[in-house]
Ligand binder design. Structure first.
Ligand SMILES: Cc1cc2nc3c(=O)[nH]c(=O)nc-3n(C[C@H](O)[C@H](O)[C@H](O)COP(=O)(O)OP(=O)(O)OC[C@H]3O[C@@H](n4cnc5c(N)ncnc54)[C@H](O)[C@@H]3O)c2cc1C
Ligand code: FES
Ligand code: FES
Length: 1351
């Protein structure tokens, strides 16, 4: 095989790689060896979609190209031999023109930070290519794809986006669908409201499959022929990669292998996304070219599937199967919810089964195949052996042997016995995400042959059944044979089913480390009930499960029954300050979509660049005795290990700073929290640095140290607090004692807790430091606070600040996490670069990032509240214990932040005692709406409890306690603004009408009366959110050709700051009133922040940086216009008014007018703080069997003042709301007994995906006219709308209350396992297990008991 090179194409360019480490992934190669940086590394686990590419394979026999979308972070480079790869910049780019996908993403405002966008575009492209390469379909109308709306929505189901809230992305996708009603598409820059459909169509960037689908490079066809026809794999002498083309060849390779050699069979290599600790293997055997393992054979006996067939192809084959469509289609539907489309495109069925068999992988597929009575064929030596799947699962791990799984056989199960019998098949999975990209808590699949009984013995008999359960925490999927045997021959009845579920509870035995064991058991019970119950209820007639027409009281997966996403946006586009107020597309949106936008890690690396990774502590409080590597062997590629001892003598051990003091870069002799940085290991590649950090061994000593403080209660016992300056401790309001006396009712000493949240910015923390002459250092940092990073670096290195320069162009999502927490990353890189005199880059892997991020502040809340019997509040007393972690960070501001939004109701009187606790935990930091979201939510919890104790409508209690302007003044003092600025009552009433709140509340009641297993809740929540403007610099310079360059203190973190600034500069310079000045937008460029170019940039935080930066540049423009005025006046006279912008600037240059102006905008002290208002209504449906909450509809109305850019503000509102849904409903960010973060990646940290957003999502931005103290009357939008997501939580709580009421009614004896009553706390996040346990883990048994005892 000599001479066979690894050859492939990327975006049409040929690449030949002479030798390569077989572990090299496609992503490693693309990012390090090609100019194509659109593939982003966000998780490295196959869980996010940021790294997607299109893989095209040419089949010379059929002269056909097969395209699929795959992840590049797990795909091994050697497995793309002969293939063509297309990245987002390959679809279109700045030079050859953007692809319509890029243009539509830009026009639909579907990109914010842009880190997820190239991956999204590839997902959509792949869906279009799939639809449009399928020639059997009728051609779609001109300009559209054959894709349907439903396919378009699902096309990005596996991709994560943390910024947009997905709605605009879905609109961009749907705009290609042939069946879309174009009027249903959301707010965009292609057409204006009211324009005709013809205009809308004409303005959409045209799409034509002929022009816009990629073609396979001709030069690669020859290579593909060689591989396929001549069976040429890679040259063995240069690549440790074998490519057998037959089973015999595979056998020879195995026989030749040394018995001690570790072997790895490769198809998709997706398994490494889960088992990340896999070390390098001695031999890699690519089994994806063996025809026997790639075949799919169907006949009347069933279907045979080669083990190397990808799951996507299995799905297609099962869907096509005509002999036994019912069962096979059900299996296919279930498989479509496993993993995500790109993993299914590369992962094989065999790989899945082997992972389940040998490594306890919680596979859905084994569950499905068990219920279908499948068998597998194994190659062991020269022998092929067939075993039933259940037997295979019981064998010793095949991965420890040289056994190869060859194929799977699924028999054709048909009901041949006659008219009275019926074969039923159903499968279930309960996972944190309904349409995929999450492992299930339990999967189940049931197959049953049942017969109708004669009229005399009415009922349905179970002749035979196969009941499979998996993913529940056992060793592998199992058949519940005891239950099968029990049911066989029985006529179904309530008591038979009751006994069956009771038996099942004993069989489902999650392993000891499995989370939520009781929840998982109850899911299994629920699934079994779901399957058999309709057969009892429907009497002698079996309803068709296939059509989904189950009994009306049965559980139907709501995701199946709901329509497509629908949305509407109402925005006010103002032309008073044009182009400010226009819905201009985000600056560089198409560039972000094509992936050409440069993030820190995309900056080309210099050849001598080395890479860093942190070694962190796993102990909360311990002396560090020694740091070494496993077996005392320095891992490959390591250059140095730096600790606090390497900080220059004149420097300081500092890694961050805030107003409240510095934080250390490294632990000194003592580590003070798990996750604290102990050292930086520097190596030749990022992979080597990460591996070395993993292999580091830290020896600790905990003798003679006191116990660490790991919670707020211990902090109180040991008086461990951070000091809070009175400036950040709001004043108490009124006389609480008096208020309590006036109360007719009281709720006393209620306690509850709120947890943390992780940022999950798509771009992890990263920095690149370059040493420069004369002790200088230049650092590229993904930072929201470069000015602070700058100062920290200088202090750490002990050099003057003018020796440091920090540059930030854009940040791939920040949400507060790239402020304080970005500083140590930048500082560590700078330290290493300074010491080692080489460029140093660091790109945190997701696990390290999650461990070090700190996140949102957890807290414990205790309250007493007094109120009248009509719900009017009289007094609130609060005690708050905030967990700040080990360093102050920004935590001392938390009392102010929490109490701001909490004062949204008129409490009568308000007193509080807030302690900011210092604990041995990673320090918490500002996460979007830090403290505000908790404060606003705490108010809702109290209101809910007041209403619940009075048994009156919570909406009425909210309304009666909304502020009057007078009470607003009492609670907010001067921040309340003028009476006409208090828009909350108006918003409250407006939303009642637009959301049809009252009518829908009645409908919810009716729904709950007529549905047993689904309950709904609806809730309306107001918010008041206080923001503060801060001093911000700006600089505007006009260049000799009339183009304009702008610098601002604010950082573009996806929030559209640059776009608003650009609009403001165009408006400001437009005041010259010369010809052409109204078209200045395209001549303005906002450039990266450079801390030496523009000083005093401060933090980009608190929602007001956009408006502050806008005001700073507006002031610069005022100066420039003033300076240009004499020239303008003179020229106007001379040219009779016809002065163009270019003429004016040329003349000004000639006259040496200073055309660069800079300012530091300082807001007026008296008006720098102001209030933002909004109201949200959400309706949620809870599935009582699984605990899943689905948001049926959310309506938001938000007062944006006069929006500077309604498109940008809309994006902020929707994105914040969806991030809030994550906080309230999904995201668990917890620590273990040592304080180390438990969740470490996409497998266990679930941010919302497209299926989590409201099915109907209506947002209105209200223009409340003139606000004299605001920047051109605008208001902030970045954080406040996040608070509105509490409406989802409150609606869920209302639905749960209905479930508990119902459960009470089922009680037929005194025993009450679920202990339901209607006073309860719904924790945050209200995950499925939480909701289910409140609805009743034994609801099925209780219901059946009720039926049996005749209730
Ligand atoms: C993000 C993500 C989400 C997922 N979600 C789900 C889910 O919801 N439900 C679910 O069921 N699965 C899920 N999976 C698992 C997925 O289906 C498997 O990773 C995939 O099928 C493995 O196939 P592969 O070809 O990539 O295997 P590889 O990774 O190439 O191989 C896996 C292991 O099996 C061995 N192996 C592979 N083929 C054979 C063979 N024929 N004979 C012997 N040994 C073999 C290899 O040596 C290797 O050790 C998910 C995976 C990822 C990455
Ligand atoms: S980086 Fe590849 S899927 Fe997340
Ligand atoms: S735009 Fe999607 S992650 Fe930022």
């Amino acid at each position: 095989m000599e001479g066979n090179d690894l050859e492939f194409a990327v975006n049409g360019e040929r690449f030949i790689v002479n030798s390569v480490d077989p572990c090299t992934t496609l992503l490693d190669f693309l990012r390090s060896n090609t100019p194509f940086k659109s593939v982003k590394l966000a998780c490295g686990e196959g869980g996010c979609g940021a790294c997607l590419v299109v893989l095209s394979k040419y089949d010379p026999e059929l002269d056909q190209v097969n395209e699929s979308c795959i992840n590049s972070c797990l795909t091994l480079l050697c497995s793309v031999n002969g293939c063509s790869i297309t990245t987002s910049e390959g679809l279109g780019n700045t030079k050859k023109g953007f692809h319509p996908i890029h243009k539509r993403f830009a026009g639909f405002h579907a990109t914010q930070c842009g880190f997820c966008t190239p991956g999204m575009c590839i997902s959509l492209y792949s869906a279009l290519a799939n639809a449009d390469n399928n020639t059997s379909k009728d051609s779609p109308p001109s300009g559209f794809s054959s894709l349907t709306v439903s396919q378009a929505e699902k096309s990005v189901a596996g991709n994560l986006c943390r910024c947009t809230g997905y709605r605009p992305i879905v609109d961009a996708c749907k705009s290609f669908a042939s069946d879309v009603d174009i009027e249903d598409l959301g707010f965009n820059s292609f057409w204006r409201k009211g324009e005709s459909k013809e205009v809308m169509l004409k303005n959409l960037p045209p799409y034509n499959p002929k022009d816009h689908l990629v073609t396979f490079p001709e030069f690669l066809k020859k290579k593909s022929k060689e591989i396929k026809k001549l069976q040429h794999g890679l040259d063995h002498s240069r690549y440790t990669w074998a490519t057998p083309f037959s089973v015999a060849e595979l056998h020879n390779i195995l026989e030749a292998a040394n018995s001690r050699d570790s072997l790895k069979f490769v198809v998709g290599n997706t398994g490494t996304g889960y088992y990340k600790d896999e070390e390098k293997f001695d031999r890699y055997i690519d089994i994806s070219h063996i025809p026997e393992m790639l075949m799919i054979k169907k006949d009347e006996n069933g279907i045979e599937i080669g083990a190397a067939v990808t799951i996507s192809k299995v799905i297609d084959a099962l869907k096509e199967e005509s002999k036994s469509p019912y069962i096979f289609k059900k299996m296919a539907n279930h498989m479509e919810k496993t993993s995500n489309h790109f993993i299914r495109n590369s992962g094989s069925i065999g790989g899945n089964l082997v992972m389940a068999q040998s490594r306890k992988f919680p596979s859905d597929i084994t569950t499905l195949l068990l219920a279908a009575d499948a068998s597998v064929y194994m190659l062991n030596g020269r022998k092929t052996k067939m075993v039933m799947l259940w037997e295979f699962l019981e064998l010793p791990p095949v991965l420890d042997s040289k056994i190869v799984l060859l194929k799977v056989e699924i028999p054709s199960l048909t009901d041949s016995s006659g008219d009275d019998t019926e074969l039923l098949f159903e499968s279930y999975r309960a996972a944190p995400r309904s349409i995929g990209n999450a492992l299930p808590y339990v999967s189940a699949a049931f197959c049953a042959l049942v017969s109708h009984q004669t009229p005399s013995r009415r009922g349905v008999m179970v002749d035979k059944c196969l009941l499979a359960f998996g993913s529940y925490g056992g060793d592998h999927s199992i058949r519940a044979t005891k239950v099968e045997n029990f049911l066989m021959g029985k006529v179904l009845s309530y008591s038979v089913l009751y006994e069956a579920v009771s038996l099942l509870r004993g069989i489902i035995a999650p392993g000891k480390d499995t989370s939520q064991p009781e929840y998982r058991k109850s899911l299994a019970v629920g699934f079994l009930f779901n399957f058999f119950y309709p057969l009892i209820e429907s009497g002698h007639r079996i309803c068709s499960l296939d059509s989904g027409e189950k009994h009306s009281n049965s559980h139907v997966d709501p995701a199946k029954s709901l329509p497509f996403l629908s949305s509407a946006q109402q925005v006010f586009v103002s032309n008073e300050f044009q182009p400010v107020g226009e819905a201009v597309s985000k600056v560089g949106a198409a560039l972000q979509a094509s992936g050409e936008a440069v993030f820190v890690d995309d900056i080309p690396t210099l050849p001598d660049c080395i890479h860093g990774a942190f070694i962190y502590s796993t102990e909360p409080l311990a002396k560090i005795k020694r740091i070494s590597f496993r077996e005392n062997v320095t891992p490959t590629g390591v250059f140095a290990v730096l600790t606090f001892k390497d900080i220059p003598q004149q420097g300081q051990n500092i890694g961050s700073k805030t107003l409240f003091g510095p934080g250390p870069l490294f632990a000194d002799e003592l580590t003070r929290c798990a996750g604290q940085r102990i050292a930086l290991v520097v190596a030749d590649t990022q992979k080597h640095a990460d591996r070395a950090a993993k292999l580091a061994v830290v020896e600790y000593d905990i003798q003679n140290l006191e116990e660490p403080i790991l919670n707020v209660d211990d902090a109180v016992k040991r008086s461990s607090f951070f000091e809070v300056h009175p400036m950040f401790y709001p004043e108490l309001v009124g006389d609480v004692l008096k208020g309590m006396e006036e109360a007719e009712r009281k709720i006393l000493s209620v306690e509850f807790r709120l947890g943390s949240q992780y940022f999950f910015y798509m771009e992890p923390q990263t920095a690149l430091a370059l040493p420069d002459e004369d002790n200088c250092v230049k650092v590229f940092s993904s930072s929201q606070a470069p000015e602070y990073a700058h100062a920290v670096i200088a202090t750490c290195l002990g050099i003057p600040e003018h020796n440091v320069r920090v540059i930030t162009r854009r940040v791939g999502g920040g949400f507060g996490g790239k402020a304080v927490k970005s500083m140590p990353v930048a500082t560590a890189c700078a330290l290493a670069a300074h010491k080692l005199r080489r460029p140093v880059k660091m790109y945190l892997n997701r696990k390290t990032d999650m461990i070090m991020a700190g996140g949102r502040h957890p807290m414990k809340i205790t309250y007493n509240v007094g109120f009248r019997s009509d719900g009017k509040l009289t007094a609130l007393e609060l005690t708050l214990l905030i967990d700040a972690g080990i360093e102050p960070d920004i935590s001392p501001v938390m009392p102010r932040n929490i109490m701001g939004p909490l004062r949204k109701y008129d409490w009568g009187a308000l007193s509080f005692d807030i302690k900011v606790c210092k604990t041995n935990l990673q320090s918490k930091t500002a996460m979007r709406a830090p403290g505000e979201v908790q404060g606003s939510y705490i108010a809702e919890v109290i209101i809910e409890n007041v209403a619940s104790s009075l048994r009156i409508s919570v909406d009425a209690v909210r309304k009666i306690n909304l502020h009057t302007y007078d009470s607003l003044r009492k609670f907010y003092k001067h921040i309340a603004g003028d009476p006409d600025e208090y828009s909350l009552p108006l918003l409250w009433d407006k939303l009642e009408i637009s959301s049809e709140y009252k009518e829908r509340a009645e409908m919810v009641k009716d729904f709950n009366l007529s549905n047993i297993w689904r309950k709904r809740g609806i809730s309306r929540v107001p918010i008041i959110h206080q923001v503060m403007q801060r001093p911000t610099p700006g600089k505007v310079s006009i260049l000799s050709d009339g183009s304009v360059v702008v610098e601002v203190g604010g950082i573009e973190i996806g929030q559209g700051l640059w776009t608003k600034v650009q609009q403001m500069v165009a408006y400001g310079l437009g005041m010259t009133k010369c010809k052409g000045s109204e078209k200045l937008m395209e001549r303005i460029r906002v450039v990266q922040s450079d801390t030496l170019g523009l000083i005093q940039g401060g933090f980009t935080a608190g929602s007001t940086t956009s408006e502050n930066s806008c005001e700073a540049v507006r002031l610069c423009c005022v100066i420039l216009v003033e300076r240009l005025k004499p020239t303008m006046d003179k020229m106007t006279k001379e040219k009779s008014g016809c002065v163009t912008w270019n003429m004016l600037i040329q003349q000004a240059y000639a006259q040496s007018v200073n055309l660069s102006a800079s300012t530091l905008y300082k807001p007026e002290l008296s008006s720098m703080e102001y209030l933002n208002y909004g109201v949200g209504v959400s309706e949620v449906e809870v599935d009582l069997m699984t605990g899943r909450s689905q948001i049926l509809r959310s309506d938001i109305i938000y007062d944006c003042g006069k929006s500077l850019n309604p498109a940008v503000d809309l994006g902020q509102i929707e994105g914040a709301f969806v991030q809030g849904i994550g906080f309230f409903m999904m995201e668990e960010y917890t620590t273990d007994e040592k304080g180390l973060v438990v969740q470490q990646g996409t497998w266990d940290y679930k941010i919302p995906t497209v299926d989590a957003i409201p099915k109907h999502f209506y947002v209105e931005i209200l223009n409340t006219g003139h606000h004299k103290n605001r920047v051109l009357s605008s208001k902030a939008s970045g954080e406040p709308p996040l608070l509105l997501a509490a409406s989802v939580h409150c609606a869920t709580r209302s639905a749960v209350r209905e479930a508990r009421k119902q459960s009470l009614s089922w009680n037929c004896n005194d025993g009450n396992r679920d202990g339901p009553d209607t006073d309860f706390e719904l924790p945050v996040p209200a995950t499925m297990p939480v909701v289910k346990s409140l609805c009743g883990l034994y609801s099925v048994e209780k219901y059946l008991e009720g039926k049996i005892c005749g209730k």
